[in-house]
Structure formats: structure tokens, C-alpha cells
Design a protein around this ligand. Structure first.
Ligand code: TRP
Ligand code: MN
Length: 479
């Protein structure tokens, strides 16, 4: 019997079961032809490290190409469907995690606290929205950073900028700052062990809704947060009601926590791309959701070209100067057929600008008609320098941008699909304000970020309570 082979995709000579096809049979590096997703090489690639040794880079990517995928096509497809639901207002997305993950902090304790924080926020948001919350971490791959300057000068010494642990070391010495391709392999291994821990935490009882709720009780017992007591009390009564009614099912005990990062390093992302044996389509298996930054989202650039070629749900960051034309160009390039969940715009306008800058984009996308999932990144448009020299953000300004996001969607009649924030589960002091009134002096106490300031554990929960209030208002008024 001959097995039909789709043109251009290949198929297995050994099995008629698509799940058992050997991906090597579909497209092989040995074929001598360029991988179908390698067309980015003909485009301009911004923000790439300049490795001193091309051969070392080739050796590393050859090893990466042989590694097992970090995430699986089926999970990626599930997330795309969820993001489609969020675009229609049938789910709400929470994305959170570090600005830049570091290898040193990929420890069980740091990861546990981060996951705990995300779960605690998710419970509050699930209640506030009365909708499923799609949980995505900036986690297990967020190791590379675009930089506005190639060089950094300290005390008269000039060295290459730190570009994230995937590229070089934060340490300010000439050796440490040389881009090292070996770090791409380390990135893979840290991402892999982080994902392993995530799977254990989210499927092994630690994510039980009742346990997570119990942690939240601790938060609202702090007098600083007494204004959230009534909402917390409502959630508590809902949990007691569920218990009294005997509700007890697997979905109370487990969550799906998806992994995302900025797809910045093209050699890494393309080396992690695999053909799915079932569908014959390319998936970037370095993470479920991948986004392109404001600095690398040029329509003709290599980043857009690479992500165009993979099936993952894709995000693009949009700053306040984004034109309608650029935005529609991205829709045309990344989601020409208007597939739901395929394209998310993550807007980072700044609190002072969002109410003017966002509505015209929403209007234009609405008129275009192809679905977009809209998320707010209220962090990156609101970075300031404190009087004592720290790069910081003010909690109240961040929340003002979140408010502007909900108002803009309300005005235009589009759907606010989710939030994307920089946070950590640790008690750091990097963002000022919040009900505990962290002030500029206190920034010095525990300022640990290697790039941007993050909400600490308490500030993250406070944000969740405030966003839940927005969502509930929408719900009650809309009902
Ligand atoms: N599985 C459901 C969900 O992910 C309910 C749930 C269980 C949950 N544990 C949770 C929700 C922790 C938020 C946080 O939504
Ligand atoms: Mn950042």
C-alpha cells in the first residue's frame, strides 16, 4: 500500500499513523535545502549579538536542533484557541514574569514564588471577570533583551551592553560582556528545568484553587490592603459555597500555565523550530507564545518574517507612535486569513498617552474585521528615574494605564483581552507606590532586577484586585 504524501510536506514511508511520523522524514537539515522557516535570513535582523566566532555559533545551533522540543504543538494550539476566546471576551489573559530572567535565579524558590504569585492573581481575576483566566508566564525563556545602546560606559570604561543571560553576563568585565553562543545551550537547559518545575507545581496539587485562595487570605489580612477585604470576602464565600455543595473535580486542582518570551535571538528561535509530525507545520517549540518587541517589529524585518512562518500564537508590542498603517500591515503579514487567537497586540502606550493613542488603533482594527486579541502592557510606557537614580515605575501610573486600556476599549466597543506585566514573587523594592507606599528611599533596600523594575509580590496582588474590580464593573454593567 502506498501512503499519500501531501505535496511539499512529505510524509512517512514507515507509518500511516500521522502521530508516528518521523519529523526527519518531513524536512531534514540533511536535505541540504533551507528550512521552510529560515526565510528570515534574507531580511534585516536588528538587535542580534555579534558573536566573535561563527563556527562556535554553528556548532551550538546544530546541537540545539537535535534537542527535544520544550513545548508541544498540541499545547500551542490549545493556547491559540484560548487567546481567540480572550479576543471575543470569553476569557481573560494574565501574562506575568520578569523583565529578564537570569540563570542564577532559575532556582526552585524563586520559581515557586513567581508561580504562586501568578496563581494568586489568577484566582482574583477569575472571580472578577467571571471568566476563565488564561495564565501565561514570562518564564522559561525570557533570557534575552533588546538594548537601545550597543555599549555601556561606567567610570570611564566602555564595554558591550548586557543583552540578557542568553547572550552575555551582567558582570562588568570585558570577558563577561563578550557574547557567548554556549549560552544559547544553557538557555535551553534552564528553560527545560523551569518547565519541568512548572509542570510539577501546576499539576501536582500546589495549584489547588483552595490552597491558592488560602494564600490570598493572608494577603488581605494585611491592614494596608483592607480596601480589598469585601472583594476577598466575596471570593471566600464563593469557595465555601463550592465546598458545601461538594464541588470537587480535577480542574480545581490543576492549571495550565503557558510559557512565553520575546522571540529576539533568531538563531535560537529558528534552531528550536520543528515540523509537527501530525500536521506537517512548523512550530517554534521554545515557548507557547512568542512576541516581537517594539524595537524589532519592522514589517520587512527578520523577526516578523520568522514568526510569520510558525504556527504559534504571536504577540507584537505596540508603542504610542504606532500608526494605523503599521498596525494593519502587521495584521496582513502575521494573520492574513484572520484566524482567531493567532495575533495579539500588546499595547504599551504610557499612562499619559493611552487615551489618545489607543482608540484610533482599536477603531481601525475593528473596521478591518480580522480578529485581534488586545492586551495592555502598562509597564514599559511608564518607566522613570527616581531622584536617587533608580530606574523605577510608579504603581499608580501603571494602574492609570490599565484604566486607560479599559476605557479605550469601552469607548470603541472592542474587547480588553488581558494584561501583560513585569513581576516577581519576591519582596523586592523596585516599583514605588501601592498601598504600602513604597517610597524612593526604600528602592535601595532590595533592588535586584538586571533590567526593568518589577512589581513585587504584594503589588502584583494589589494589581489583580484592582483589575478584578474593573472586570466586575464591566460584567455587572454588561449583564
Ligand atoms: N483549573 C481552573 C483554572 O485554571 C481552576 C483553578 C484551579 C485555578 N487552581 C487555580 C484558577 C489556581 C486560578 C488559580 O482556572
Ligand atoms: Mn522590560
Amino acid at each position: 500500500m502506498t501512503i499519500p504524501v501531501k505535496p511539499g510536506r512529505g510524509g512517512s514511508r514507515f507509518s500511516s499513523d500521522p502521530d508516528r511520523r518521523d519529523p526527519e522524514q518531513l524536512w531534514s537539515p540533511k536535505s541540504g535545502t533551507q528550512a521552510p522557516w529560515d526565510s528570515w535570513r534574507a531580511h534585516e535582523a536588528l538587535q542580534q549579538p555579534k558573536y566573535p566566532d561563527d563556527e562556535a555559533l554553528r556548532d551550538v545551533t546544530a546541537v540545539l536542533r537535535r534537542q527535544p522540543p520544550l513545548v508541544f504543538a498540541g499545547e500551542v494550539d490549545d493556547l491559540r484557541v484560548w487567546l481567540g476566546a480572550a479576543g471575543r471576551g470569553e476569557a481573560f489573559v494574565l501574562t506575568g514574569g520578569d523583565c529578564a530572567e537570569t540563570f542564577a535565579e532559575a532556582t526552585a524558590d524563586h520559581l515557586r514564588l513567581k508561580i504562586q504569585t501568578l496563581l494568586q492573581m489568577a484566582v482574583v481575576l477569575t472571580y472578577g471577570a467571571s471568566l476563565p483566566v488564561v495564565k501565561i508566564g514570562r518564564i522559561a525563556g525570557q533570557y534575552a533583551k533588546p538594548r537601545s545602546k550597543d555599549l555601556e560606559t561606567r567610570g570611564g570604561v566602555t564595554l558591550p551592553s548586557y543583552r540578557g543571560d542568553a547572550v552575555n553576563s551582567f558582570e562588568f568585565t570585558p570577558e563577561a560582556r563578550i557574547p557567548d553562543p554556549g549560552r544559547l545551550l544553557e538557555t535551553y537547559h534552564h528553560a527545560s528545568s523551569t518547565l519541568n518545575l512548572i509542570r510539577a507545581f501546576t499539576k501536582g496539587g500546589y495549584a489547588d484553587l483552595r490552597l491558592v485562595h488560602h494564600w490570598n487570605r493572608g494577603f488581605t489580612q494585611n491592614p494596608a490592603y483592607s480596601r480589598y477585604e469585601s472583594l476577598a470576602e466575596e471570593i471566600h464565600r464563593a469557595v465555601l459555597f463550592m465546598q458545601a455543595a461538594g464541588a470537587d473535580f480535577d480542574s480545581l486542582r490543576e492549571v495550565d500555565l503557558y510559557s512565553s518570551h520575546e522571540a529576539l535571538l533568531l538563531e535560537y528561535e529558528s534552531a528550536m523550530t520543528r515540523i509537527d509530525s501530525r500536521t506537517g507545520l512548523a512550530y517554534d517549540t521554545s515557548g507557547h507564545f512568542l512576541w516581537v518587541g517594539e524595537r524589532t517589529r519592522d514589517l520587512e524585518g527578520a523577526h516578523i518574517e520568522l514568526l510569520r512562518s510558525v504556527r504559534n500564537p504571536i504577540g507584537v508590542k505596540l508603542g504610542p507612535t504606532t500608526t494605523v498603517e503599521q498596525m494593519l500591515g502587521l495584521v496582513e503579514r502575521l494573520n492574513p486569513d484572520g484566524e482567531e487567537g493567532r495575533l495579539t497586540f500588546i499595547t504599551r502606550m504610557g499612562a499619559a498617552k493611552i487615551r489618545e493613542a489607543l482608540p484610533p488603533l482599536l477603531e481601525a482594527a475593528k473596521a478591518d474585521g480580522r480578529p485581534v486579541t488586545w492586551m495592555t502592557d502598562p509597564m514599559h510606557g511608564n518607566t522613570i528615574t527616581s531622584s536617587n537614580g533608580y530606574k523605577t515605575r510608579r504603581f499608580e501610573t501603571i494602574m492609570d494605564e490599565v484604566g486607560g486600556f479599559f476605557e479605550s476599549h469601552d469607548e470603541v466597543g472592542t474587547v480588553p483581552g488581558g494584561i501583560h506585566v513585569e513581576l516577581t514573587g519576591d519582596d523586592v523594592t523596585e516599583v514605588v507606590g501601592g498601598s504600602e507606599e513604597l517610597d524612593e528611599e526604600e528602592l535601595a533596600k532590595r533592588y535586584e532586577t538586571v533590567v526593568d523594575p518589577r512589581l513585587n509580590h504584594q503589588q502584583s496582588l494589589e494589581m489583580a484586585f484592582q483589575v478584578a474590580e474593573y472586570l466586575r464593573r464591566g460584567k455587572v454593567e454588561g449583564a
